[in-house]
Design a protein around this ligand. Structure first.
Ligand code: ACM
Ligand code: ZN
Length: 766
């Protein structure tokens, strides 16, 4: 981690021969997001305690204040502001014609010139200067450093106006100091929109003076399953530890929660505004409203509060009192938040409650609506008109498209599986923000939604016309906090992927390059270290599945990608690895069944624990049969078995011959089971892996032994198992009991370490 500091010092010394000011090298510069153009020049500008700043008008003040603040903290300087023009200074100049956020920057040995047309441009220019300064500028304490900025000419402007990050305060809460730190990280990477998900079933997080119970009671819960999962994970990973400050004793019960007072909300908004960041509040309605309904039960259809099968009971949309309540809440919200957009959620509503409710059904009839989706749109329109009367714009998740979209509703597209929603919205002239699960759900693990995937995801759908593309306001990544109980874990989920969102939002498509970006990201880690940000480091790969062997096996522990300073530590005794455990240097040999636990470390940062079993197996001998035909016997039995475990392989002749395992046209059948039987042909002595995918439940046997236990009763699910087989034929049996709506049964196999293929060409019958 010290490497770059050392390199820079060497560079300074080299550059110091002819000029006391060093010349920088391109490879030591990391600007994220990548500017439109950056030309590095000889020499550098040095900030000193008497460096002056020249300001011309109010639009430059926030940018100047930010720079002053950085130097005050990290250098102990009090940079002085002048209103008279001098050249040896940091000069802010307002010019005509640059778009919002755009700026020009020229750094010479004696001055820094910043040009922009409005405050966002000046602010962004200062963030570029911040990234060109030594990482010590991020220090919260006075630090010894020389504050050189390389001479350069920069021209820059953003691709999108909405460059957003979202935090969910309901599932787990984050306090005001954490919010402020997060806003500083956003500012550093020119992200300008902060979406606060303030209310949901699991807790109400904003004080509403008219309805005090929302926070007196609705902000506190008996620890729920999201808490217990995190507490359980905390046993092996301290990032999952829930801070004690989130617990409070209420009426003799230990409760989890927290909320922002209106004064704190104002403080957050002001802090964000100083950083040119707009704060968008979300009050999710009419679903995701349990924390309010619990305390104001008149809001739901039959005063019921709680969970139906998947979602909670929503508010009733047939009672005037609901509309009144929402508007009273929103009246206070619009007073607090200066943002143009107010987000009202609108996602994942359990409309079954409305189907049964006389009030809702009457509202549908009286207003000539077709169904419950149109009822939700009717409600949205009413709220939209209310917001418009307050000078605000309505925004919701893409479900708001379904029952008919109003002209002015703005759509946040999250469901990749609903590609029509953004298209309908944009074609209708409505604005769209892209926050899709395919790339921008940062609660998903880094191993799946990788940095590269986030970076390479093009937010504008391919089928958008030019005119529709104009309606894409920008992009945003979301940090849903069901499994994010601490600010450190939040940082781990956000970094470094937030840098990919920043560059995707800022840098034009043609100016992007993952290799260059990745190099820049690596150089940002030193800065993030000074900021105290806990970022994701590459995980140990290759332990996703158990490893089977017969005599002995060599175990490799690799990293998903290489990063300076990352080391792997592991244990073979079931204990959790620390930096005093075995350090991985080279592949090692295992002769007996063991459990491997491995973890990557970079300094004191570590990745999630990876665990696998390395299992010793004995070969199964092949059977001596001589089948004459390929394929499998298949029995279909009606209605007999509740669960796959109860199935017995039939011995009747009532079977058909099939050449593969598949559901085929049985998709429309109900209440049946399938049994397949035949021989699996092992081409050589080896460890074989079988994988099954099915809904309901399935079991795969070789001989009498269950090799893949995908049993029980569940939705579509993948499972695998391993077995050592001698070359030749082995009896294989597969039992499948589908769920009530049969979906799939697929079986594939491979010799361990090679890609899976469907089983069809390796099975045979007699
Ligand atoms: C969402 O993830 N329910 C917007
Ligand atoms: Zn109702």
């Amino acid at each position: 981690m010290k490497k770059y500091t050392v390199l820079l010092l060497i560079t300074f010394m080299l550059g110091a021969c002819s000029n006391t000011k060093p010349t920088f090298k391109q490879e030591h510069i990391s600007l994220l997001p990548k500017p439109v153009s950056f030309q590095l020049k000889e020499s550098s500008f040095q900030f000193e305690s008497d460096t002056k700043m020249v300001l011309q008008d109010e639009s430059q003040q926030k940018a100047a204040n930010y720079l002053i603040g950085l130097f005050k903290k990290a250098a102990g300087y009090d940079l002085q502001v002048l209103n008279t023009k001098t050249d040896d200074a940091v000069v802010f100049e307002t010019v005509e014609g640059l778009k919002e956020g755009a700026y020009k920057l020229e750094v010479t040995p004696n001055s820094i010139h910043i040009k922009a047309s409005e405050e966002h441009g000046f602010f962004n220019a200062v963030q570029t200067i911040r990234q060109l300064l030594p990482t010590a500028i991020e220090s919260k304490e006075k630090t010894a450093s020389e504050w050189f900025v390389p001479c350069a000419v920069v021209e820059d402007e953003p691709r999108f106006e909405w460059r957003g990050m979202h935090m969910d305060f309901s599932r787990h809460f984050f306090n005001i100091d954490e919010v402020k730190d997060f806003l500083d990280y956003m500012a550093l990477y020119k992200l300008n929109t902060y979406h606060m998900h303030l209310t949901d079933d699991q807790g109400w997080r904003i004080e509403i003076k008219k309805y005090p119970l929302l926070t007196e009671k609705g902000a506190w819960r008996i620890p729920n399953n999201q808490d217990t999962i995190c507490m359980d994970r905390a046993k092996e990973n301290k990032l999952y530890t829930i801070d004690e400050s989130n617990f409070k004793e209420i009426d003799g019960e230990r409760k989890y929660g927290g909320f922002f007072t209106q004064d704190q909300i104002k403080e957050i908004i002001a802090y964000a505004d100083d950083r040119c960041i707009t704060v968008i509040p979300e009050i999710d309605m009419p679903g995701h409203f349990k924390s309010a309904i619990d305390n104001y039960p008149f809001l739901s259809c039959n005063e019921e509060s709680g969970w139906d099968t998947v979602f909670t009971y929503p508010t009733c949309l047939g009672k005037d009192t609901t509309y009144e309540f929402m508007k009273n809440v929103l009246s206070e919200v619009v007073e607090l938040f200066p943002a143009e957009y107010i987000h009202i959620g609108g996602d994942e509503v359990n409309i079954k409650s409305w189907e049964k409710c006389p009030h809702c059904q009457k509202a549908i009839k009286d207003n000539g609506l077709k169904d419950e989706h149109e009822l939700q749109s009717f409600f949205n329109r009413d709220i939209e008109q209310f917001l418009q009367s307050k000078g605000k714009q309505f925004m919701g998740w893409d479900e708001i498209v379904r029952g008919g979209l109003t002209k002015d509703a703005n759509v946040m597209w999250w469901r990749n599986w609903a590609p029509d929603a953004p298209k309908i919205a944009a074609a209708n002239g409505n604005n769209v923000v892209v926050t899709t699960t395919a790339a921008y759900y940062f609660d998903y693990l880094n191993e799946g939604t990788t940095l590269e995937r986030v970076y390479n995801y093009e937010p504008i759908p391919e089928d958008f016309t030019e005119a529709e593309s104009e309606h894409v306001l920008g992009i945003q990544a979301n940090l849903w906090s069901e499994r994010i109980p601490s600010f450190k874990r939040l940082q781990y989920q956000a970094f470094p992927r937030m840098l990919a969102v920043a560059e995707n939002a800022w840098t034009s498509k043609g100016n992007k390059d993952f290799e260059l970006f990745n190099n820049s990201v690596e150089k940002q880690y030193d800065r993030l270290d000074v900021l105290g940000v806990y970022y994701y480091i590459p995980a140990v790969e290759g332990l996703e599945k158990d490893i089977a062997f017969v005599d002995n096996t060599s175990v490799n522990l690799n990293l998903a990608y290489l990063l300076d300073g990352v080391e792997i530590y592991y244990t073979l005794d079931g204990s959790i690895p620390t930096k005093t455990s075995l350090k991985y240097e080279a592949p090692f040999t295992v002769k007996d069944t063991v459990e491997i636990k491995a973890r990557a470390y970079r300094g004191d940062k570590f990745n999630d624990l990876k665990t696998t079993k390395v299992i010793r197996k004995d070969y199964k001998e092949a059977v001596n049969v001589n089948p004459k035909e390929t394929g499998l016997k298949r029995w279909i039995t009606k209605g007999q078995f509740k669960k796959v475990e109860a199935i017995k392989t039939p011995t009747t002749n009532n079977f058909t011959k099939v050449d593969r395992v598949a559901l085929g046209d049985l998709k429309n059948e109900k209440n049946f089971s399938m049994i397949y039987q035949g021989y699996f042909k092992a081409e050589k002595d080896a460890i074989y892996e079988f994988e099954t995918r099915s809904d309901g439940g399935n079991l795969l046997f070789i001989g009498d032994e269950i090799i893949v236990d995908n049993g029980g009763y569940h939705g579509p699910r993948k499972k695998y198992g391993k077995v050592a087989l001698k070359k030749g034929l082995h009896p294989i049996t597969i039992h499948y009991k589908p769920s009530t709506k049969p979906k799939m049964i697929d079986v594939s196999y491979a010799i361990q370490g090679t890609p899976l293929t469907p089983i069809s060409n390796a099975v045979t019958n007699y």
